[in-house]
Design a protein around this ligand. Structure first.
Ligand code: SF4
Length: 308
């Protein structure tokens, strides 16, 4: 939910975001969504395709399809069930759509067969937002996520096998009810082995009307431990993100321009297919254009280079 809010802030004419469903059928114990938005309700496929077609007609070149648990898109649609793969193929076929993305994937519902869509559809970008939330099986069970650390890693391996250059992003909650130091070490191990390009890390805090509250799961990790684990994981993730970004140095990457950089108007900002931010000097506005940049240096947050 937080990711959706962040991305909406980026909604521009060039890069548009389209909700494909509301609600969620999962009951993760820390989450209010099933309570506030109800059960999954998918929009008809044709209606979504039509909205995307209109957006492309108005100038959108990139569309991100949004769903709390997008892998289960369409399962209750009538007169027949639809799938995320069907939706991706239909939207990707829109003339003039350069880039297509989808978020957020749930490890219980993601089907490895979906990865063939990345090979078939040149405008489906190699990026997967794939939250694990924890690396500890006992915490995952208390969160009611419906998978184990091992299953998550199998899916990461399947994604990397099918799409070797895929950009992976994760979400992690530290300090969930009953999380021990050993549980937290499992989360560190999952991060270390997954090598997320980016990861959004949160400290657990109680939310009204969540199953954690109604079932009496005690918020028993001390604020100090939560803070320490969160800061340590964030620091490590910054280091890993920097290393992953630095692997791009020397490569030429294709960028969809989003306009001048907020920090320096002499520079243009955009994103590569893996959704990494790319910054390059340019004498003109490159918003809405596809251009190539040779990467010369990288930080944990962005790639920097020269137009080629
Ligand atoms: S999958 Fe879990 S965390 Fe995500 S919206 Fe559904 S209940 Fe919430």
């Amino acid at each position: 939910m937080r990711t959706e809010k962040r991305l909406k802030a980026r909604d521009t004419r060039i890069s548009a975001f389209v909700s494909v469903m509301r609600g969620c059928d999962h009951h993760c114990t820390y989450c209010v969504v099933p309570n506030t938005r109800g059960k999954e309700d998918s929009r008809p496929l044709e209606e979504i395709v039509e909205e995307c077609r209109i957006l492309v007609g108005e100038g959108a070149r990139e569309i991100t399809l949004l769903g709390q648990n997008i892998d289960s898109y369409g399962k209750r649609l009538q007169p027949r069930r639809r799938s995320l793969a069907e939706l991706l193929y239909a939207v990707a076929a829109i003339d003039g759509l350069w880039r297509l993305r989808f978020i957020t994937s749930h490890p219980s519902d993601l089907r490895p067969e979906l990865f063939s869509a990345f090979a078939d559809l040149p405008n489906l970008m190699p990026y997967l937002h794939f939250p694990a939330q924890s690396g500890s099986d006992s915490v995952l069970a208390r969160m009611r996520r419906g998978y184990t650390h091992a299953r998550y890693m199998e899916l990461v391996a399947a994604a990397r096998n099918a799409v070797p250059d895929i950009g992976l992003a994760g979400d992690t909650i530290v300090g969930f009810c009953g999380e021990t130091e050993a549980d937290y070490q499992q989360t560190l191990e999952l991060h270390r082995n997954t090598q997320y390009q980016t990861s959004f890390i949160f400290m657990y805090s109680e939310r009204e009307f969540t199953p954690a509250i109604t079932q009496g799961l005690a918020d028993d990790v001390s604020p100090e431990d939560k803070k320490r684990r969160c800061h340590e994981l964030m620091d490590l993730q910054r280091e890993w993100s920097k290393q992953i970004n630095q692997q791009r140095v020397g490569q030429v990457v294709q960028v969809l321009g989003e306009g001048e950089s907020k920090r320096n108007p002499q520079r243009q900002e955009g994103r590569n297919p893996q959704n990494q931010i790319v910054i390059a000097e340019s004498g003109r506005d490159l918003r809405g254009e596809l251009y190539n940049v040779k990467i010369e240096r990288a930080t944990n947050a962005a790639l920097y280079g020269t137009l080629v």
